[in-house]
Design a protein around this ligand. Structure first.
Ligand SMILES: *[C@@H]1O[C@H](CO)[C@@H](O)[C@H](O)[C@H]1NC(C)=O
Ligand SMILES: [Cu+2]
Length: 186
């Protein structure tokens, strides 16, 4: 066997051990798949309020602690039809006072799977924790209401996947960050 082909065989083997089982879809994070969150903080509630001053987006994202993760409700009276569909994520940082959506960091990615390849909604445990629209679908104007349970995010500060005080960011169809608001405890 040539050295070169030995190297490529070893390379392929190394790659195979780093990657997830293809039958289960892309892609396990460096710290593994996201486990289902169970918590004692059931009922704790956080709300991000969009007042219409950014891209005309007006509504709320409400996150309520559930026995498994978080029950989310998106309730938007105004979403500009020309710019959607909109992706929305929990980002890794809060919007600082006087800051912009560019200051909110990347998606909350508790298990280090990265953005590439994109989230496969059939395997939500392998998506970035904060990639809510990747897991549960984008929203479109002129208005939108949407509820879902995300078992992998948490309202309990002691639990990995904690979203408290972080920013929810909306992206338009060309991925620009068009609106953001921090989650505030109710
Ligand atoms: C998305 O927002 C950016 C920044 O405001 C803007 O330049 C772009 O045209 C928007 N895309 C759409 C499809 O509206
Ligand atoms: Cu985002």
């Amino acid at each position: 066997m040539h050295l070169l082909s030995l190297v490529s065989v070893l390379g392929a083997a190394t790659l195979a051990t780093c990657q997830s089982d293809p039958a289960k879809g892309p892609v396990t994070g460096k710290l593994g798949d996201a486990p289902v969150v169970t918590t004692s903080a059931v009922g704790d509630t956080w709300v991000a309020t969009f007042d219409g001053s950014q891209a005309g987006i007006k509504g709320t994202v409400t996150a309520v602690g559930s026995k498994t993760g978080i029950d989310y409700t998106l309730d938007f009276a105004s979403l500009p039809t020309a710019q959607g569909p909109f992706g929305y994520h929990v980002h890794a940082k809060a919007l600082p006072v006087g800051g912009t959506c560019a200051d909110t960091g990347a998606h909350l990615d508790t298990y280090g799977r990265g953005q590439d390849p994109v989230c496969d909604a059939a395997n939500p445990q392998r998506c970035e924790v904060g990639d809510l629209s990747g897991k549960f679908g984008k929203v479109e104007g002129p208005a939108a209401k949407k509820t879902f349970n995300d078992p992998y995010s948490a309202v309990d500060q002691a639990v990995p996947g904690y979203i408290g005080e972080l920013a929810i960011v909306f992206h338009n169809s060309t991925a620009a960050r068009v609106a953001c608001a921090n989650l505030v405890k109710v």
